[in-house]
Every structure is written in C-alpha cells, then in structure tokens.
Ligand binder design. Structure first.
Ligand SMILES: Nc1ncnc2c1ncn2[C@@H]1O[C@H](COP(=O)(O)OP(=O)(O)OP(=O)(O)O)[C@@H](O)[C@H]1O
Ligand SMILES: [Mg+2]
Length: 870
C-alpha cells in the first residue's frame, strides 16, 4: 500500500512513543491504528473498523474527542499508557497536512486530570536505582525517588537493598521506573504497579545531577541535603525527572524542590506488618475501607485526607515532634467551638494542590482558577477561627499562612462567579474587568439586538407572521419562511437552502450585521483567552506561596480531624516516653471500637516493661480475642507516634523504632511460597532486625507445621527474643505448653483471655487476665460442640497422659530442660552454670572423626582462650 503523508505522520509519531497506545487526533475523533486498534477493540470495547478498504486495509478504532478523559481512564485502568497526538495547527488555516505532535504521554504514575485521580490518595511515580554492591560495601544500597505530578511533591532517599519492598509498599506508587539493565523487582511488587523500563543512561549519576540542577536552577543539590555520597538517591530522582520531562512536554516548575526522606525520623513498618495490621488497606480485599486509616479519617478536605494518609504511613520517632502534634491536637480537643468552626470553613476549601499543578502544567480550566479564588476567599474566615490558639504548632501554622489575598482579588475581579468548565465558549471574564472586552461584547450584543429588531421589521413589512431569523454554522444568519408563505417573499431575498417545510434566505443587510456580530464575538473570545492566560500566569507566579498555604490548610484539617475523632470517641492523650514500655489502661482496638456497636468493645489493660515482663504470652480459646488484643497494642503505639490521641483511659507509650507484626497464617500461594515458608521468612526477619526499642507482635507462630515442629520453633523463638533482643513482645498462641516458658524465663508473663461457661454456652468475656489459660478447654469446647461423649472421654485420657509426660522428675517442663530460670541478682552464677555454657554445645557438636591431632590441639587452645576471656 502506498502510504499517505498522514499515515506516514502517524507512523513517525507511533515509532517515538514506544508501547503507549497512540491516540491520533483526526478532526473530531481520536483514532487508533494497526495493533493499537486491535488492543483498543479488545480492552476498551471500541468497534474495530478499517481505513483504506482496498487490498491492505488498516485496522482502525476511535472515539469522539470529548470522550478523551473517559478513554484515558479506561486505558490506565487496563494497565496501559497512552500518547495523545494532537493537531497543533488550526486545520482551517493549515496549508496541506495539518501538523500533529504528541503533546503528552499519560501513564498511571503521571495523571493530573481530576477525573482520573482519587482525591483521597496520592498518585506517585517512583524510580528505583540499584547501586552495584562494591567490595567491602555493607550490603548494597538502593535509591528510591517518588514524585507526584498532580501536586509537585518530590522526595528521594537511599535504603539498604533488603528494605526495597518495605519502602515501596509504604510509598505505594502507581508506576515504578527501573533501568533497562537493572535486576527485576520482586514479582509481587511487579504485579502491584506498572513497571516502566527506562534506558540505563537515565539513571546515570552525571545525567541525573545535570538534569536536576538544570531543573532547579541550582549549582548543586547540597541545598536540598544531598551530597556526592548520595548517588543512589540522586540517580533515582534524576530518572523520575527525566521521565516527566519526556512524557509531559509541559512546564514542571511546580516541582520546586527535592525533599530528602530521613530514614530513622520515621517509624519503620515493613511490608508484612503494614499488611497484617491493616494500616491503610484491609488484608481481605486490599481496600481502604475498614483499614485503620479509613476508620480514623475525619478530614474534610482532599488536602487533609492525603496528608493524614502520609502521617499514618510514616509515624514519627522523635519525641519532641510527636509531642508537638499531640499538644496541638489537645488544644483543639478542648477548644471544640473554634475546632468545629474551622472544620465547617474547611468544607469550602478546594484541592488547591492539584489545581495548582494543573496551572503549572498549563492544563488548568477557567473553573480551576475560580476554585482557587474561592478557596482563597475563605482564608480570612478560616484564619479567624484559630486566631487565639496557643500551642506552638498551631501558632506556627498561623504565622506560616499566606492568605494570598492579592491573588484572590485578581481572580475575583476577573472571573464570573459561576465559571464555565471550558474556554471554548468564552463567558469567563466579568463585565467591567476589561474595557476593550466590554466593547467587543457590546458590539456583538448590539448586532444581535439589531437582528432581533430586523426580524420584527421584516415580519411587519412582508406580512409573514411566521418569519424567523436563525443561525447555523454553514450559512450564518438566515431568514426562514415556510412553504405556505412563499408567495409573500420579497424579491431581494436570496434563497440559500430548501428544507422539507421551509426555505431559507439571506439579505445583504443581514450579512453585514452578521459579519459585525461574528467578528466582535471572535475578538471577544480571543481577548478573553488572553486575559485568562494572564490570570493563569499570575497564579503560576504565586505557586510557591499558594503551595505553602495549601500545606497549612492540610495540616489544620488533619489536626482538627484528629481532635474531632478524639473528642467524639473518648480518646486520651498518650504520653510518649523514650523507655521501651507500654502501659495502657482500658485500651480499645481503634477499628473495632468504632465499627462495633457503641459500648460493646471490652477495654483491656496492657503492662509491658522490664519489671513486669517484656514478653507477654497470651493464651485462650478460639474467638476469645487474643489477636485483637495484640493488634490493639501495636495500633495504639502507631497512633501515638502519628501524634493522635488513642482509644484508652490512659496510655504511656515508649517510642518504638520499628513495629513488627506477624499475624495470622495468611495464605500466600499466589506469591509462590507456602504458608509456612512465608511465616518463617517473616519471623526470620524479625529475629534479625528487631532492636531493644522495637515492638513485636507474634500471632500463632509455628501453626503452619506439625505440632511438635511448630511448638519447638515457637519455644526457641521466644527464648531468642528474650535472651538476645529483649524488646517488647506480645505473643498470642494456642500452644498451652508455651506458658511453661514463664517458669524458665524471667521476662515472660502469662496472660489469658477469660471465658465463662454459662448453662450450655461459652460466654466470651474478652477480658485479659493474668495467668495461663485452662488447658483442657479445647476438649471442653468440643463437648459443647456435640462431639460424642466416648470420643471426648478418650481425649481426656490421652490429654492426662500427655500432660504427665510433659513434666520431668524435677517438676520442670520437659521442653524447658537444658535451662534453668535465672534468679534475679544471681546472674553471674547462672552464666557460669555448666549446663548453660555455650562452649559445651560446641564440644558436643565437634566431629572428632574429622580432626587431625594438630587440629584437636589448636581447638583446645582456642577453647582455653575463650574461657579465660569469660
Ligand atoms: N475486647 C473485645 N471486646 C469485644 N469484642 C471482642 C474483643 N476482642 C475480640 N472481640 C471479638 O471477638 C472476635 C474474635 O477475636 P480474635 O480474632 O481476636 O480472637 P482469637 O482469640 O485471636 O481467636 P483465634 O484463636 O481463633 O485466632 C473479634 O472479631 C471481635 O469481634
Ligand atoms: Mg487469633
């Protein structure tokens, strides 16, 4: 087939946009061709037709231009990207083929249109830069950068390689850039987000540094806190910027800084813990509803909603910072009037962060600008509600608020109150704003007025009662006369068109006024467009100030929302302390407390410290509330570190550096790992990475394998945590045998959840009480459930036998053999106790058959040395 110039134009554009579906603007349609058309037919439900019906028809599919947003949504939803190729000349004035250009590439990580974005959620584009592990290097680093085109946020940091999945899960990007030559991301991550491969050079340090400094117009990146040692983070940031520049082809100056994410400033929560504590998504269906975030969210603006999500995803670790937030919340809890007034005012605040981003990228509509104006108009009132606040954070925020009233006045003066969505039909600029515009409008209106009068005049003159003046695109203004009145049409009318029932005519006078009207209309529109661009530029120039204002509004919203929540649900102000303790009185699970009918949740106390035991072992029958209890402690700790009040009567909470939760035996077959393998992998991580400041929640560890294997593992794990980590640990288990650990380990305390038998029912009291659970309870429940009496009796016999074998001749639990409980103040003695010395184990496991006499002598020499050190 001979390619037409237009198809050649199509193919050139297509070649430059990789795997994106090319949406090729042709008149009032966007068309897709070749394979793109087939994909669109299959995945977007478009009708597949063809162009050039001859020998080599070209598959084609398309949709009307005004449905662009909706189809972009579908394309993104189908996990694809789209390149929008527009006509960049006016087809009416173009000579020959209309010039077309790809004006932007839309992918999940680069959305700005409101229709495609969830106002509650951030929409990050991330990049991962692997740093090759050098000899002598600790373990290798990975740089991660993340940016949001719709708001201009841009952060970067480097992390140890093994934290890649945790950090990416915290960020939750929609799209992730990786270098062509980089190792693939773990498969489950690759399935969560669109992975976009980019050329390796985009990740090179030189390119990255050059493009970042060029963009920020700075000499280096030190001003943002990045030195030459931060190559991984800088490379990732460079890759993000490069991709945005390439795909957007518009201004990106709302990205006005690169923020360094300080590892250690935030509570670390790994991927598994985040999932199992259901912090921002539920485990069952991965939705926001039902998560901690959704349940505690009382924000009233999209700005606040997203900031709260940020806070929940990254709680703090510095006491002063936590207290700063808590004090602000406390003040707002007490000051309920100003708080509720503030929340009311905030309802009128639009998502100015995203509106500003559209201003910066040149995509703002007149209505977008008017929304910014309206938001600013509310600022004086909003500000007033907090005028008398005293807590340092609120005072600081008040001082930081730039009301931007100059911008507001400009927008107010220029824009009509109900601004239309598009520029196309004009009507956005107020009467009286610009004299020239008013003049054009008067001229157009005057023409229209004349035409109306002309109709009346002609009616009278010709005696045609039904004479009508109309307008269409092809003939402009015309006079319409029905066939019935044909004989009265005067000779100076020129016939233009014949319809079924009528004829249409023009006259020289009508044409003259038509020209005036159309010209004035065009001039008015053109001028309106210019004025709009001026206005948009003025807002753009103030973007930095407006962004700061948006940040203050977001934080006010979050603090007021936390205070509102606290005062409506009887929360208390937690006391954050540096010591690793938990001391909660009448604590409630934050999610169940709100979702269950009021007053039905049974509050419980928690004491976890060096005196009463750092390890709490919780036993009790199924459905008693073990899992709920241990999660509750983790969630309350997390909430406190966000700066939120907590559902309890009082709470002293030692600030944790990390929270680990290994909860439930979730089936991860989809990940290609068995349940037990996942459980052990996660547990191994905890044992390797927990510090004395960590909080560990373990639920049913070891349940995924045979009883003895599982029990032994669980036992050894608790011993290890006790001896080598010493962190706060809550362990819920069905293995009653584990409760014997408290006889050998000084830091283990047994708790159980009480139940009552009442007539033939079991009543769950959900109350945590000291001591181990009643061991025979399972068999008891089985009888209640209707297991035949004979089976039940036999089970009791077996149980008695097992229990008698469980304890050795000294009355010590057999699993605990090999250890004796260290008495307090007796530590030296127990360290030297022969049963406990680690050397004995080494000797026991030395394979004599493999030793030469010389080896043996050297070994003994080594042991002697070690003993001397002891
Ligand atoms: N303190 C409480 N007050 C009121 N209801 C509670 C409380 N704790 C738990 N529940 C209710 O009991 C149900 C079971 O709780 P949970 O899952 O914690 O039990 P469990 O002891 O872990 O059970 P299993 O041994 O089967 O894992 C919860 O879904 C909740 O509805
Ligand atoms: Mg449970």
């Amino acid at each position: 087939m001979a390619k037409t110039p237009m198809m050649q134009q199509y193919l050139d554009a297509k070649a430059a946009c990789g795997d994106a579906l090319l949406l090729f603007r042709m008149g009032d349609f966007y068309e897709l061709f070749y394979d793109d058309a087939k994909i669109a037919a299959r995945e977007l439900g478009l009708a597949l037709t063809s162009r050039d019906k001859g020998e080599n028809p070209i598959p084609m599919a398309g949709f009307p231009y005004h449905q662009l947003d909706s189809y972009l949504g579908k394309i993104i939803g189908a996990g694809r990207r789209a390149a929008v190729c527009e006509q960049v000349e006016d087809p009416r004035t173009a000579k020959g083929l209309v010039k077309r250009e790809v004006t932007r590439v839309v992918s999940p990580g680069t959305l700005t249109d409101d229709a495609l974005l969830d106002p509650r959620e951030s929409n990050f584009l991330a990049a991962v830069a692997h740093a090759p592990a050098k000899a002598g290097d600790r373990q290798g680093e990975v740089g991660i950068a993340w940016a949001e085109l719709s708001t201009g946020r841009f952060c970067a940091a480097a992390f140890p390689v093994h934290q890649l999945a945790d950090e990416l899960t915290r960020i939750g990007p929609r799209e992730c850039l990786v270098a062509d030559d980089a190792p693939p991301l773990p498969e489950r991550l690759a399935r969560s987000w669109m992975i976009t491969r980019r050329p390796a050079w985009a990740f090179s340090h030189e390119t990255a540094k050059a493009s970042l400094t060029k963009h920020f117009q700075t000499a280096g990146l030190e001003g943002f806190g990045f030195t030459d040692r931060d190559t991984a983070a800088v490379r990732a940031a460079g890759a993000v910027l490069d991709y945005l520049v390439e795909s957007q082809k518009s201004s990106l100056d709302h990205f006005d800084r690169l923020t360094r994410y300080h590892v250690g400033r935030y509570l670390e929560v790994d991927e598994a813990t985040r999932r199992s504590l259901e912090i921002t998504r539920t485990m069952r269906d991965g939705r926001r509803d039902g998560s901690l975030l959704a349940v505690i969210d009382r924000t009233t603006t999209a700005l606040g909603t997203r900031l709260l999500a940020d806070w929940v995803a990254a709680p703090l670790t510095a006491r002063a910072e936590i207290e700063d937030r808590l004090n602000a919340v406390e003040e707002l809890v007490a000051a309920s009037r100003p708080r509720e007034a503030l929340r009311d005012e905030l309802k009128e605040v639009h998502d100015i962060e995203r509106l500003l981003a559209r201003v910066a990228t040149g995509r703002a509509s007149p209505r977008d600008l008017s929304f910014i104006g309206r938001t600013l108009a509310n600022l004086p009132a909003i500000r007033q509600t907090l005028e008398n606040c005293a807590s340092p954070r609120l005072v600081r925020l008040l001082a930081d608020l730039d009301p931007c009233q100059d911008i507001r006045q400009q927008l107010d003066a220029a824009l009509v109150p109900e601004c239309p969505l598009t520029l196309k039909d004009g009507g956005i600029i107020r009467q009286g704003y610009h004299p020239q515009l008013d003049e054009y409008r008067d001229m157009a209106a005057g023409g229209k007025q004349w035409i109306a009068e002309y109709q009346a005049r002609e009616m009278e003159r010709t005696g045609i009662a039904k004479l009508k003046v109309g307008y269409n695109q092809v003939f402009g203004y015309y006079l319409e006369v029905s066939h019935a009145n044909q004989q009265r049409v005067p000779p100076e009318y020129t016939r233009k068109q014949t319809l079924k029932n009528a004829e249409r005519y023009i006259t020289p006078e009508l044409k003259e006024y038509e020209e005036r009207v159309l010209l004035a209309d065009d001039q008015a529109k053109e001028l309106e467009y210019e004025l709009f661009i001026q206005l948009r530029d003025a807002v753009h120039a103030a973007a930095r100030r407006l962004q700061k204002t948006a940040a203050v509004l977001a934080e006010w919203d979050v603090l007021a929302a936390l205070a509102h929540l606290a005062s409506h649900h009887g929360y208390c102000k937690p006391v954050p302390v540096e010591e690793p303790v938990v001391n909660i009185v009448d604590g409630r699970h934050p999610v169940l407390d709100i979702l269950e009918p009021q007053g039905t949740f049974v509050p419980n106390d928690t004491t976890c410290d060096a005196t009463s035991g750092m390890i709490l072992l919780i036993t009790g029958p199924n459905m008693a509330g073990k899992s709920t209890y241990i999660r509750q402690v983790a969630l309350l700790t997390l909430m406190a570190q966000i700066g939120s009040f907590v559902p309890a009567r009082s709470a002293t909470i030692g600030i944790a550096d990390r929270i680990f939760a290994r909860v439930g035996a979730s089936d991860e077959l989809a990940r290609g790992q068995s349940t037990f393998m996942v459980e052990m992998t996660e547990t191994a991580r905890i044992l390797h990475s927990a510090s004395p400041r960590s909080l560990v929640i373990l639920d049913e560890i070891g349940r995924g394998t045979s009883t003895y294997d599982g029990l032994s593992l669980a036992w050894a794990i608790v011993e290890h945590v006790h001896d080598h980590i010493g962190c706060r640990t809550l362990f819920a288990t069905h293995y009653h045998e584990l409760t014997d650990l408290s006889t050998t380990l000084s830091g283990v305390t047994n708790l159980n959840v009480s139940v009552k038998e009442w007539e033939d029912h079991v009543v769950f009291l959900h109350k945590i009480v000291p001591g181990a659970a009643d061991k025979s309870y399972g068999i008891h429940v089985a009888r209640l459930a209707g297991i035949p009496r004979a089976v039940n009796e036999r089970a009791k016999q077996i149980l008695a036998q097992l229990e008698s074998e469980h304890v050795d001749e000294h009355g010590r639990p057999k699993i605990g053999a090999g250890r004796s409980k260290p008495r307090r103040g007796d530590l030296q003695l127990t360290l030297f106790a022969p049963m406990d010395h680690p050397l004995l184990d080494t000797i026991r496991h030395t394979d004599i058959n493999r030793l030469t006499p010389l080896d043996a002598i050297q070994l003994i020499q080594k042991w002697q040395k070690e003993l001397r050190v002891d």
